[in-house]
Design a protein around this ligand. Structure first.
Ligand code: ADP
Ligand code: 5GP
Length: 235
């Protein structure tokens, strides 16, 4: 395994966490980096599973000790990726997946331009709003100010889509999950010749490669145009 680094970014509520959990059940040898955050746990989130939940002073001490590969202030809370995540994944012979915001992705891209970056778009603002509300309801209540803050931020995050190598639209979940898996499988096969690759899907490889290729930024204009227009943006 080459120790590939995958970075996934999306506006909050796009379905990134849902897609990540599908992806992890579909492809082996992919570690998920558990970030550190100063925000409070939400719903059924558990310490050490979704995040390491810490206080601001502890986060600031970790910044001072240069423990983060990247960190950012998102919606008024700190979020950061520990440098140790990469070494730990490599030690296990696994690739690593980061679920981080557009600011964090830009920082990692600076130091690791080989990182494989993927942006996930919601189909349109109405669907995004519905998903944000559904999730809040499932977690015990809709906090209107939180939903509005996340919707307002979404457009600014979406403006950064062109900084990513791949862009997906999370409309039909199964299709988006398959596209995401195809990207991981295709990038692994680029890094390791198929004969040496530990991937079981070798016979399916041409199909995955084709699917991944369709998700490359430069091949996505027709698919992205209506989605961007719905957010008041152009290609
Ligand atoms: P994020 O991690 O991007 O903030 P979540 O994965 O928590 O978003 O998803 C937000 C909500 O949308 C959840 O209720 C989830 O079940 C739902 N959801 C995610 N993807 C889809 C999809 N393709 N179709 C319908 N609902 C979805
Ligand atoms: P949430 O609070 O909904 O879990 O996440 C809010 C945003 O913070 C999402 O865009 C998510 O990708 C981002 N995020 C989560 N962990 C990190 C991290 O370690 N670094 C950065 N920069 N962003 C993160």
């Amino acid at each position: 395994m080459a120790g590939l680094l995958f970075i996934l970014s999306a506006p909050s509520g796009s379905g990134k966490s849902t897609l990540v959990s599908q992806l992890r059940s579909m492809v082996p040898n992919l570690d998920f980096s558990v970030s550190w955050t100063t925000r409070a746990p939400r719903g059924s989130e558990q310490e050490g599973r979704e995040y390491h939940f810490i206080q601001r002073d502890q986060f600031q001490r970790m910044i001072a000790a240069n423990e983060f590969m990247e960190h950012a202030d998102v919606f008024g809370n700190y979020y950061g990726t520990a440098r140790a995540s990469l070494a730990e994944a490599a030690g296990r012979g696994n690739d690593l997946l980061l679920d981080i915001d557009v600011q964090g992705a830009a920082q990692v891209r600076q130091s690791m331009p080989q990182a494989i970056t993927i942006f996930i778009l919601p189909p349109n603002p109405d669907v995004l709003e519905r998903r944000l509300r559904n999730r809040s309801r499932a977690e015990g209540g809709v906090e209107e100010s939180v939903v509005q803050k996340r919707l307002a931020t979404a457009r600014h995050e979406i403006e950064k889509y062109h900084e990513y190598r791949y862009v997906l639209v999370n409309d039909v979940l199964e299709r988006a999950a398959e596209e995401l898996s195809a990207i991981v499988i295709a990038e692994r096969s680029n890094a390791n010749p198929p004969a040496e690759s530990a991937q079981p899907q070798t016979s399916e490889l041409p199909r995955y490669r084709k699917l991944a290729e369709q998700c490359l930024l430069q091949n996505s204009a027709a698919r992205l145009q209506p989605v961007l227009a719905s957010f008041g943006l152009s290609l």
